[in-house]
Design a binder for this molecule. Structure first.
Ligand SMILES: *Cc1c(COP(=O)(O)O)cnc(C)c1O
Length: 397
């Protein structure tokens, strides 16, 4: 029997990184501000160019990028920030760190923000909107940007899982005031840990750069906004969330791989989605019309699974066939289930998001998988659903 595919290993770091890593090891030159044109600075220039933004700031994680963005927006303490109720715990955590209060909006069965709930909650008590494109699913950004603009509040994009995703052909992460990306190992580009923020706004960039730890005159190593820096020098606290040169070398070596990973990831996803959608028990919501996705995992809903026990039986049946499935709401302490964010206090009533999380499944689908791996995974999932719900065809239609 063929063994199940390994969906956990990352791709090897491209050979191109090795010579530069050797150089850093021999010089010990790991701090981004020791020399001019250090790898972190080069990464920022390349990433800004790739995204078509004026500024990029590389930091220690996407969480740090989100936190620094909120601080750089200079929101008053206690400001209310609208976020999707379906996201990773790091997102409400960043809001809390920035002395703001997250307000959770409902997410529907298509994993995207419920626009009626966004419209209802985006009242004049909201100071900013932080859109987390969770698992790379893009909510209706036209509607969200219009609602935010009507209220005069900034939109921040958490694009941790959306590098390479397009909306009307525009790059996700460049639609709002600031976009934040992750280089943590489970994202499209892997440096173990790391993040970057992009913006066209020189004041936000200058403030974020200083707070990220550009102490004294280290800001002079960031091009293009000297007046802003003069204004903020010594006025802002330092949080020291800088990226180090080794991480930047790893990221830079992978940037030429992004287009290929996006293309393969999308083809893999769409192949498995087509197979799963042929089962009456499994459904993969389609992308929105303006959206070109860059997935490295697949999410699908269990259809007609009346009880949590049936959903758990599906997980066990898939596991027995060699495929691990996470049902977001069923595993204990899952960091993507809003009721586990106890640091926020009592969980709000969010029946739509809760219902989605109890039947939404998550399977890793890295871009490097081969067609046979994909067919193995889809076959195991369909067989597992049939095993729990009975052979579909036996019921007729
Ligand atoms: C991974 C992830 C984050 C956090 O990124 P880090 O770099 O680990 O801080 C935030 N939001 C989403 C949607 C993510 O997937």
């Amino acid at each position: 029997m063929t063994p199940p595919p390994n969906v956990y290993d990352a791709e090897p770091i491209p050979e191109a990184a090795r010579a530069e890593i050797e150089r850093l090891l021999s010089t010990g030159d790991l701090f981004r501000y020791t020399t001019d044109n250090a790898p972190v600075s080069l990464l920022e220039a390349e990433f800004a160019e790739m995204m078509g933004t004026r500024y990029a700031l590389a930091v220690s994680s996407c969480s740090a990028a989100l936190f620094l963005t909120l601080k750089a927006l200079d929101l008053p303490a206690g400001a209310r920030v609208l976020i999707p109720a379906f996201t990773f715990a790091a997102v409400p955590s960043a809001v809390v760190h920035a002395d703001c209060v997250p307000v959770l909006a409902e997410v529907g069965a298509d994993f995207r923000l419920d626009l009626a709930d966004v419209a209802a909650k985006l009242d004049d008590t909201i100071s900013a909107v932080l859109i987390s494109h969770m698992r790379g699913h893009t909510s209706d950004m036209d509607a969200i940007l219009a609602l935010a603009e009507a209220r005069g509040v900034p939109v921040i994009e958490d694009a941790a899982h959306s590098l390479g995703t397009l909306w009307h052909g525009r790059k996700i992460g460049t639609l709002g005031r600031v976009g934040c990306f992750s280089f943590q190992s489970y994202k499209l580009v892997n440096s173990g840990e790391g993040g970057i923020l992009v913006t066209d706004d020189p004041e936000i960039a200058a403030r974020a750069i200083i707070m990220s730890g550009a102490y004294e005159h280290n800001w002079k190593k960031h091009p293009g906004m000297q007046n802003s820096f003069h204004h903020w020098q010594n006025k802002l606290p330092l949080y020291n969330m800088r990226m180090n040169n080794l991480s930047a070398v790893l990221v830079r070596a992978q940037l030429p791989e992004v287009a290929r990973r996006v293309r393969d990831g999308r083809a893999n996803h769409d192949h498995v989605a087509g197979l799963l959608n042929a089962s009456p028990w499994l459904s993969v919501p389609p992308a929105l019309a303006p959206e070109e996705r860059a997935p490295d995992s697949i999410q699908f809903n269990l259809e007609g699974f009346e009880s949590d026990d049936e959903a758990r039986a599906f997980q066990a049946a898939a596991k027995a066939r060699g495929v691990s499935v996470q049902v977001f709401g069923l595993s204990e302490d899952n960091a993507r289930a809003f009721w586990n964010w106890e640091f926020l206090g009592a969980a709000p009533e969010l029946p739509q998001t809760r219902a989605m999380l109890m039947r939404a499944c998550d399977v890793r689908l890295p871009a490097r998988l081969a067609r046979a791996d994909l067919d193995f995974i889809a076959g195991a999932l369909i067989a597992a659903a049939d095993a729990v719900k009975g052979e579909a065809r036996a019921y007729g239609t």
